[in-house]
Design a protein around this ligand. Structure first.
Ligand SMILES: Nc1ncnc2c1ncn2[C@@H]1O[C@H](COP(=O)(O)OP(=O)(O)O)[C@@H](O)[C@H]1O
Ligand SMILES: [Mg+2]
Length: 348
């Protein structure tokens, strides 16, 4: 699918931009106009009837930054800070990601993230409501669905390793998100537990953080910008070879191994790099999973994701048919629901 077709595809989604809106935004941005669409037009968040706030409001209108009240910090990443906020009148929780536009490079990167979020609509991709941009402060504020159980990384630090039925569900949700992304010709490039979010309310897992997606740039071992995510990076990326969708599948192999073990199999960055280089990483992960007495299906799932030969690595669609995913199929995803209930998260 080419870019124009995505834009076609993005139209009509509640809370998302239509093709015409996007064109307007792009023009404004390109002309360095100080006021963006969302500073003058309200963001309308439509709630589905199952939403806990539905009885209070069917839709929530955000006309500007003053309509949202900051509650607490949810996370900090390389590019900005994410806060839990609530809507001043209805108290609808909204996650906001505030990012500083320091230079042309930032601007390009944030623009790519904004563009992608505007065009993607899938139940396993975090819902994007809209954005504010303040020219004075050089701040871009993205309004996102609040994922009330936080990220997979913090969930693991509270509850430890995921039981296999929960892990299978999380993997299925992530693979559905990846299948969708890859069908849109997007490589996520930063799949890791911190970028996988959980919602107790929707009983679902979503992918987030498209700051690295689609951004092709020369990459070298010394590049400090990539430091935080080396431990999930596919060998072909570390070795500076060409890479594509399969690199996200490799990262899923690491995520699944970590979630099954309760901690990353090789948390030391330079050791991980060396083990990718000398091709011992896959053996190490499988050995650790074996010692942990995981099921044969889970072991085989990790083995196939961590295939060194890019062309032999399965696609997200193929993995959705894998025995590990199929074995725990449950239309209600009750295992995930029960597990998320154990997480003691302050909602608001
Ligand atoms: N929509 C959300 N709901 C709940 N928590 C979120 C949400 N978005 C992000 N977070 C938290 O904030 C962290 C950083 O967000 P992310 O979008 O990954 O930013 P960065 O680009 O800075 O890494 C995540 O790891 C997660 O813990
Ligand atoms: Mg992140």
């Amino acid at each position: 699918m080419n870019e124009e077709e995505w834009i076609e595809h993005g139209g009509g989604r509640p809370g998302a931009l239509s093709a015409a809106d996007l064109a307007k935004f792009e023009n404004l941005w390109d002309r360095r106009t100080t006021v963006l669409r969302f500073l003058t037009e309200p963001i309308v968040v439509k709630l589905d009837p199952s939403h806990p706030e539905y009885s209070r409001a069917r839709q929530v209108v955000v006309t500007g930054p003053n309509d949202i009240v900051r509650v607490k910090e949810l996370g900090k990443g390389a590019q900005g800070v994410v806060y839990l906020t609530h809507h001043k009148f209805t108290k609808l929780p909204i996650a906001v990601k505030v990012q500083t536009v320091r230079n042309a490079h930032d601007k390009e990167q944030l623009r790519a993230e904004f563009r992608l979020l505007s065009l993607l609509k899938h139940e396993n991709i975090v819902t994007f409501y809209g954005a504010f941009y303040s020219e004075d402060e050089k701040l871009l504020t993205l309004l996102l669905e609040y994922m009330d159980s936080g990220c997979l990384s913090s969930a693991m630090s509270k509850l430890g390793a995921l039981p296999e039925d929960v892990l299978s569900t999380v993997a299925r949700h992530c693979l559905q998100g990846l299948e969708y992304l890859h069908s849109k010709e997007v490589v996520h490039r930063d799949i890791k537990p911190m970028n996988i979010l959980l919602s107790k309310h929707r009983n679902v897992t979503t992918l987030t953080d498209f700051g690295m997606s689609l951004k092709k740039k020369p990459f070298s071992k010394e590049d400090p910008e990539l430091g935080g995510t080396i431990e999930y990076m596919a060998p072909e990326r570390l070795m500076d070879e060409t890479y594509s969708y399969p690199s996200d599948i490799w990262s899923m192999g690491l995520v699944v191994s970590e979630a099954a073990l309760g901690s990353h199999p090789v948390p030391n960055r330079s050791l991980y790099w060396d083990m990718c280089e000398n091709r011992s990483i896959r053996g190490r992960c499988l050995e650790m999973l074996g010692a942990h007495e995981v099921s044969s299906e889970l072991l085989e799932f990790a083995e196939t994701c961590l295939e060194y030969e890019v062309t032999k690595r399965p696609t997200a669609s193929q993995l959705l048919q894998h025995g590990f995913v199929q074995k725990h199929q449950d239309p209600k995803d009750s295992a995930l629901r029960d597990w998320l209930l154990q997480l003691d998260v302050n909602l608001r």
